[in-house]
Design a protein around this ligand. Structure first.
Ligand SMILES: C[S@@+](CC[C@H](N)C(=O)[O-])C[C@H]1O[C@@H](n2cnc3c(N)ncnc32)[C@H](O)[C@@H]1O
Length: 197
């Protein structure tokens, strides 16, 4: 396979993003409910951004965003939307596992519905001291279907807190299978945490 041949992951997501037309999807809860924690301005990075709903919400709140995804189809759509809306969301087609971010350049990193534990050190290192990580993804403990069937791509109980155990947790939510299962925030965990100064 030559370097320019799309890999299976890229092809899968290119097909998905070629078919769906919906762009006005809302940002994830971890972003929508915690915009008050942002600095007044700064530089943010969204990894595996898809159609970058999080980045658009963060840009609207004053951040200048880089948004990276392996799918050139998604990236093209994000770039077009950024131009249409005049928002600072800079989309780039990039495999974030093969080519993770460098050290200490961002005030914020956001990741949703994507989990590759091998890039956690790079996520931490790319934040400036005091920078924020916003993370939300699927949990192995769930009350209904949806999300990846491979448990490797889902968080174990409490795992997000563990992965960022050296950060200051600001917001954490994970409800597992406790209480009234038809209500609440289920099937996922979310974390906002701050890199030590
Ligand atoms: C379930 S979607 C989530 C998209 C978006 N973060 C959201 O929450 O709506 C997973 C995304 O990860 C991207 N992706 C998968 N592997 C990747 C990789 N190695 N590097 C960059 N993006 C990747 C896919 O193209 C897809 O957009």
């Amino acid at each position: 396979m030559s370097d320019s041949t799309p890999n299976a992951t890229q092809q899968k997501w290119d097909t998905i993003y070629s078919n769906g037309n919906e762009m006005d999807v809302p940002p994830m809860r971890v972003v929508a409910e915690n915009l008050h924690l942002l600095p007044a301005s700064g530089r943010g990075l969204e990894l595996a951004c898809g159609l970058a709903a999080n980045s658009f919400a963060l840009a609207q709140a004053g951040m200048t965003m880089d948004a990276w995804d392996i799918s050139p189809v998604a990236v093209k759509r994000v770039a077009q939307r950024a131009a249409d809306k005049g928002l600072p969301v800079h989309a780039e087609a990039r495999d974030v596992v093969e080519n993770p971010p460098g050290d200490e350049s961002y005030d914020l990193v956001v990741v949703s519905h994507f989990l590759d534990r091998s890039i956690m050190p790079a996520i931490k290192a790319c934040l400036k001291p005091g920078g924020l990580v916003f993370y939300q993804t699927f949990t192995q403990t769930k009350v209904s279907d949806g999300g990846p069937s491979n448990l490797e791509f889902r968080l174990a109980d409490g795992e997000l807190l563990q992965l960022f155990g050296d950060f200051q947790p600001l917001v954490y939510r994970e409800e597992g299978r406790v209480g009234m299962l038809t209500q609440g925030f289920r099937n996922e965990a979310l974390l906002v945490a701050r890199k030590p100064l």
